[in-house]
Design a protein around this ligand. Structure first.
Ligand SMILES: [Zn+2]
Ligand SMILES: [Zn+2]
Length: 134
């Protein structure tokens, strides 16, 4: 898969109450979308995330992190409850790939033509990268 172009200007976003501000440098002009049951429970629907070279977080004292699995934590603002690392979506972004597509609920359709991975494929790739699942 070829890498998406990166944005020249840093992108800054913030939570609902403004206590937490996140700035991403050299953000990739693409999002990763996850349809798994955990992301649905966490955010109410699928999760879309972005990647960049550097991340600066202001207002860290307001952040609560929840260790949702062996390999990941999910952070949110302790004041307003906004999920963090989420919501930096300038127009024109494509989707890099979508994972856990077989866990997607029936009430929305995937219209984008982006690479898709089932739960089995997603877990197999993570295990090949050295993660273990008990
Ligand atoms: Zn907040
Ligand atoms: Zn997920």
């Amino acid at each position: 898969m070829s890498e998406a172009p990166r944005l020249a200007e840093p992108v800054t976003g913030h939570c609902l109450c403004g206590a937490v501000t996140i700035t991403v440098t050299a953000m990739q002009a693409e999002v990763d979308v996850c349809h798994c049951a955990m992301c649905q429970r966490w955010g109410g629907a699928f999760f879309a995330g972005v990647k960049g070279e550097g991340v600066t977080v202001a207002g860290e004292e307001a952040i609560t992190a929840y260790r949702s699995s062996e390999w990941a934590e999910r952070a949110f603002c302790g004041t307003c409850g906004s999920n963090l690392w989420y919501g930096f979506l300038p127009p024109g972004f494509g989707i890099e790939r979508q994972i856990f597509v077989d866990e997607k609920p029936d009430w929305y359709d995937i219209a984008q033509d982006s690479p898709m991975m089932t739960a089995e494929q997603t877990v197999a790739e993570a295990m090949a990268a050295g993660f273990s699942f008990d």
